[in-house]
Design a protein around this ligand. Sequence first.
Ligand SMILES: Nc1ncnc2c1ncn2[C@@H]1O[C@H](COP(=O)(O)OP(=O)(O)OP(=O)(O)O)[C@@H](O)[C@H]1O
Ligand SMILES: [Mg+2]
Length: 326
Amino acid sequence: MREEQDTKKDAAPTIWAVGGGKGGAGKSVVSIISAFWLARMGKRTVLIDVDLGGANIHTLMGIKSPPRSINDFITRKFKSLEDICIDTEEKNLRLISGSSEVLSFANAHFSQKIKLINHFSRLDADNLVLDLGAGTSFDVLDFFLAADEKIVILTPEPTSIQNAYIFVRNAVYRRLSRLSSKDPSLKALVKIAMDPKNELKIRTIKELLQFIQESGGKDVAEPLEKEIGKIRPAVITNMVKDSKEKNAGRIIQIVAERYLMTQSIALGSVSYDRQIFRMISDMIPLIQIDQSSQAVSNIYEIITNLLGRQQGHPLKGVSREKTPLP
Ligand SMILES: Nc1ncnc2c1ncn2[C@@H]1O[C@H](COP(=O)(O)OP(=O)(O)OP(=O)(O)O)[C@@H](O)[C@H]1O
Ligand SMILES: [Mg+2]
């Protein structure tokens, strides 16, 4: 993580953020099963519900009414995030529950969010998995951009693919806007360019950077391009019912590269599994899911792949060759 952070501890946990524009695409399900696998691999993991205002991870974990939530930290009832962690039945997995009655934080200032992320980083853990809310509010985007692993969940439906693209697009613009926060005219230009029908006819990030280069010079444009290049979202297609649907994430990869100058990675897919729906309906903690389930083993492979990349290994089965699109 953390371009915005200057006080990183040596042993700060790796932050995984799971986002994606559309509600119901499976962000919470993928977050929980990812956190479960990380814990099973012996890594001390904290699953954090940062769906501020629409928290439901505790329900999917079979907890009706969490004893403590992130609100208790935000409202200073508890001084340390450690005190609001809830143990789960999985040995290395703790939970920080969100709350649906989020008070003042929903429109928090950027610096407050960075403060909260800094507190996250001080948790005694190897990994933090952040389950983000739906949509592309600044809250969601700021947590997403602060993470080491930026995961975008979509389903194969066209609207979900479109939402995932908008999510990545807005994340790129949010990063640009933050990077230009000390330069009012640049910031204003980024704001104009965000409107797809802007008068300057800037339609893509590439065109925006060209415009910046022409008006402000290479010294301004190049560092911005470099920072955008660091975003590298990892896209997962969830609830896949047949093999044709598996490559939906590739669409994001192609359009993000073409229009957003962002190299995303289509990380693969997670199968649709009826068991998940049944477990959630019956309030059975999702971490009790049958490990032989196709969806669960898909997530295992994805997590193993990303862990391998963190160790410097190339991603397996994620070729940049053209695969057929759905
Ligand atoms: N791989 C899957 N197989 C079958 N059903 C799934 C799968 N993933 C998610 N679901 C179903 O989709 C529903 C929504 O999933 P989830 O709550 O994880 O979405 P979300 O993206 O977190 O939604 P929100 O934006 O509202 O927080 C679940 O209740 C579950 O029934
Ligand atoms: Mg959710």
